[in-house]
Design a protein around this ligand. Structure first.
Ligand code: ADP
Length: 650
């Protein structure tokens, strides 16, 4: 094959241009990025070799660095998976992550921390061009006959040609730029600088990162004694990173900072984790685990692409990056690792699914995490609220998804905003403050606390001083329906069915009124027969004229959520129109009904639409609604005028 010259993808050109010319102040991260790629490539080879018999099984992995000050070059070699000709073109020449470029462009003129950028997108390989005027990759995949050399000066194009390379893996050579006015590149050609960068950014990389080091040793005479003042220079290969897996260290000797650093390197996050949980279990099943709850939910946590799981090591050997059997779905945000000497090294995907040991570890870890959360809820409320903001939805999902099996485990972890309290409360705290005459736990759905407070359904509840849980997440009502009750107190929606909190006298009064107004209510119901199932006088309204409530089963909120789901299930919540008999509007309508029964149609429609609006639901025909309102307003004004004349006449 002769030498090919190819153009970078347009986006890559732009990214390269930005890389070289504008953004970074902190160029030194190139080394971390290249080492991290090398480590990933070794992971890939290693994992493949466990299942592919054509690949040599080994534990001799290494990332080797070399600095040549005279020739101004740095090389990073690994014995990982390497790349085939096509992989070289598709992996290196294109930007995989959509959005990266957009982000970069927007940030171009802003002050930006590079850690933000790397954390979000991991710009990776291209960062080499921040320090190098030319980059060369020589690579060989175990699946191709020969090796390939890729070179580029990071401008428009790159070249590829065949080269002889015996061993699998990749060697990247950076030709370091000359110093410019404000930029010092020379420092990257100093071994001590490279050593310190490895320590700083890559200490926890799990393969040895090695470099040659010149050492002066005292010269010895024939008898093996040191000759004073005379030295020999010898070259030793030194491992720069600590590499002792963090779990092999003594738990008590590890500082919080070390653990945070480990977390950030191992799981590519730029924020510190919120918690870590370190477990050592010995017995029938022996394992160690270090779990982390991230400080922020990753952007793609709820997308299909997100892969949950923990790193799995068996007998100290890395066997899997994301073992999903170790975490239940609702805890998908947990990061960390599990090391167990009891697991089989040649464990396959199929075996994992039915592995009793793994299931047992999963159950134990789940309990550990819940325990830790309970402890935090009790001892550090602020931290817990931060956790809840990021991951509360997951806990709710856990309750819903478990169809009640997780109820006992998780129900005390939920915190709710409530109408009366400033800070979110647990169910236990809600019960503690519940007045004696209150029999149920009230909740209401709305898009905010303020919106819920303003609904007509709050009238009576407010007058009684009861508190109401504010549900704002889509999952909330589904979760509540799974919970059913808490400490024998049933949940009750303030927007559903009969509230049944009015006192007996009041109820009787309403029943009397209903008997009296049966004609009127029937007329309204006839007008609205396609819209509502029932029209009745309300015991829950104090100040508002009307409200719409749903039947006992499906709420309006659930109707909205279900109708957004894919599929064509049509579900409808039962609608009940409640009218406030104490309101002047009701009295006015009574009068209209008695004097001009033909006008009741307009009034019924207006009442219903008004109730829809208050509930945040769409009205079918806004123009018609508006016309009817106008008609009534004009009529009211005319009556007013007549009344006015009367007054004058008096
Ligand atoms: P990222 O590592 O985030 O995917 P990079 O731009 O750093 O993005 O690398 C792009 C791709 O190039 C990698 O996903 C990998 O497939 C390939 N690659 C980079 N470095 C190496 C290497 N040392 N060995 C094998 N493949 C590599």
């Amino acid at each position: 094959m002769s030498k090919e010259t190819k153009q970078f993808q347009t986006e890559s050109k732009q990214l390269l241009h930005l890389m070289i010319h504008s953004i970074y102040t902190n160029r030194e991260i190139f080394l971390r990025e290249l080492i991290s790629n090398a480590s990933d490539a070794i992971d890939k080879y290693h994992l493949l070799s466990l299942t592919d018999d054509s690949l040599e099984k080994t534990n001799d992995y290494e990332i080797h660095l070399d600095v040549d000050k005279k020739k101004r070059k740095i090389t990073i070699s690994d014995n990982g998976i390497g790349m085939t000709h096509d992989e070289l073109i598709s992996n290196i020449g294109t930007i995989a992550k959509s959005g990266t470029l957009e982000f970069l462009k927007n940030q171009k003129n802003k002050e930006m921390k590079d850690s933000d950028l790397i954390g979000q997108f991991g710009v990776g390989f291209y960062s080499a061009f921040m320090v190098a005027k030319k980059v060369e990759i020589v690579t060989k995949s175990p699946f191709s006959e020969t090796g390939y050399r890729w070179t580029s000066a990071g401008e428009d194009e790159f070249t590829i040609e065949e080269v002889a390379k015996e061993d699998r893996g990749t060697k990247i050579t950076l030709y370091i730029r000359k110093n410019e006015e404000e930029e010092n590149y020379d420092e990257f050609l100093e071994s001590y600088k490279i050593r310190s960068l490895v320590k700083k950014y890559s200490d926890y990389v799990k393969y040895p990162i090695t470099m040659e080091r010149e050492k002066s040793v005292p010269r010895l005479d024939a008898d093996g004694n040191e000759i004073e003042g005379e030295y020999d220079t010898v070259i030793e290969t030194e491992t720069l990173n600590e590499m002792v897996p963090i779990w092999k260290k003594n738990k008590n000797e590890i500082t919080e900072e070390e653990l945070n650093d480990f977390y950030k390197t191992a799981y590519y996050d730029y924020n510190d984790p919120l918690f870590h949980i370190w477990t050592d279990v010995e017995g029938l099943l022996t394992y160690k685990s270090i779990l982390f709850i991230p400080g922020k939910a990753p952007q793609n946590l709820y997308s299909e692409k997100y892969e949950k799981g923990l790193q799995l090591y068996a007998k100290g050997v890395f066997i899997m990056e994301k073992c999903k059997e170790l975490v239940p779905d609702y805890l998908r945000f947990i990061k960390g690792l599990v090391v167990s000497p009891d697991l089989n090294l040649n464990i396959s995907r199929e075996m994992l699914q039915h592995n009793r040991q793994l299931m047992k570890i999963q159950k134990n870890l789940e309990k550990k995490i819940v325990n830790e959360l309970e402890k935090t809820l009790k001892n550090d409320r602020e931290k817990y609220e931060t956790f809840w903001k990021e991951f509360g939805v997951n806990i709710k999902y856990g309750i819903y998804d478990g169809f009640g099996t997780n109820k006992e485990l998780l129900q005390d972890l939920i915190i709710f905003e409530t109408v009366n309290e400033e800070k979110p409360v647990t169910l236990k705290e809600y019960l503690e403050k519940m007045p004696e005459d209150q029999k149920e736990i009230y909740y209401g759905s709305a898009h905010s606390k303020a919106a819920l407070k303003a609904t007509p359904q709050m009238d009576l509840i407010k007058s009684k001083g009861y508190d109401v849980l504010v549900l704002t997440d889509e999952i909330d009502e589904f979760m509540i329906s799974i919970l059913g009750e808490y400490e024998k107190k049933p949940f009750k929606s303030i927007n559903k069915g009969d509230l049944d909190i009015a006192d007996d006298q009041e109820k009787e009064h309403i029943r009397d009124l209903e008997t009296k107004s049966v004609d009127l209510l029937t007329s309204i119901k006839n007008v609205l027969k396609d819209e509502v199932e029932e029209v009745k006088l309300s015991t829950r309204l104090k100040e508002s004229p009307v409200c719409l409530v749903s039947g006992d089963d499906l709420s309006f909120e659930m109707e909205k959520v279900i109708s957004q789901l894919p599929g064509d299930k049509e579900v409808k919540a039962k609608k009940i129109l409640e009218i406030n008999p104490q309101h002047d509007l009701f009295k006015a309508i009574e009068k209209i009904h008695a004097e001009h029964p033909e006008e009741i149609e307009d009034y019924a429609n207006i009442l219903y639409n008004q109730a829809l609006l208050i509930e945040g639901l769409e009205i079918k025909d806004p123009v018609d609604f508006s016309n009817k309102m106008v008609k009534i307003l004009i009529k009211a004004a005319q009556i007013g005028e007549t009344n006015g004349t009367n007054i004058k006449n008096d």
